[in-house]
Design a binder for this molecule. Structure first.
Ligand code: HH2
Length: 258
């Protein structure tokens, strides 16, 4: 899954793809480099980010989404937690809703259930403003798993079949370094929930903490994290550096298939 942030303030690529033309060129490049899914987002969810209105989010994503649906062969996912944005995105041809709020907003489950699109349910606690203030868990792996199991049950009972559901432990969302590492080490424990697993570690601060690298110098740690995630059962890795990740996964998959 290649990331395309249409935001002025995302932590690693904020402001780079602000014009629709530049964003569409970037999307084509991500597909050429081997992305199987594009994930476009109009609001940063990094720690400390300021929320934007649904209308502002729509203003950022809709011109790009409408163009991409016509010219891009791969499915387009929209990273949003707002039902109004979900409905418009689905009408404009999105194939997946990627919700860092796991469809908890009022009306979000219904917006997705009425359609046939896929959904990613991610774990986090609190809001981007508060989530990194001393996050606490007794057993982070068990607690994240219990939360995701519950969310799967809730959305399944609203009519969203398990083949449409993807889960994500939410690396960097209300987690310290030890929490992130435990979740990656035990990512395979989420497989028993019976749905696809997504991991998003690309350029995240946990990799900076381990390597002391700044955000734009985290390609190698991001590749290592993507490979570990796939080895632990991730079906989708959400990444900024698609070409390099594709190469790394080609080697991994060739060994698996040998
Ligand atoms: N991480 C970010 C945003 N959306 N969605 C899922 N499912 N999983 C993630 O780990 C995830 C996500 C944060 O990364 P990014 O989009 O690069 O930054 P920002 O939120 O600043 O736009």
């Amino acid at each position: 899954m290649g990331i395309l942030n249409l935001t002025p303030d995302s932590f690693s690529d904020g402001g780079r793809y602000a014009s629709p033309r530049i964003a569409i060129d970037r999307a084509k490049r991500l597909v050429d480099e081997g992305a199987d899914i594009l994930d476009i987002g109009g609001e940063s969810t990094r720690p400390g980010a300021t929320p934007v209105s649904a209308d502002e989010e729509l203003r950022r994503i809709m011109p790009v989404l409408e163009s991409l649906s016509a010219i891009i062969a791969v499915p387009v996912s929209v990273d949003t937690y707002k039902p109004k944005v979900m409905r418009a995105a689905i009408d404009a041809g999105a194939s997946m809703i990627n919700d860092v709020n796991a469809l908890e907003a009022e009306g979000a489950t219904e917006a997705v259930a009425k359609s046939d699109v896929a959904v990613c349910l991610m774990h986090k606690c609190g809001t981007p403003q508060t989530m990194q203030i001393d996050p606490q868990y007794d057993d982070v792996v068990a607690e994240v798993k219990t939360y995701l199991k519950h969310r799967i049950e809730v959305v399944a009972s609203a009519g969203i079949a398990s083949e449409r559901i993807v889960i994500d432990p939410g690396f960097g969302f209300a987690k310290n370094t030890a929490h992130n590492l435990a979740l990656l080490k035990h990512l395979d424990e989420l497989k028993s929930l019976g749905v696809a697993v997504l991991a998003g570690l690309s350029r995240k601060s946990v990799l900076g903490k381990i390597t002391q690298r700044k955000v734009h110098d985290r390609l190698y740690p991001s590749l290592a994290a993507a490979l570990i995630a796939v080895a632990k059962g991730a079906n989708i890795v959400r990444v900024h550096d698609v070409g390099a990740t594709r190469d790394a996964l080609d080697v991994y998959n060739s060994v698996e298939d040998a």
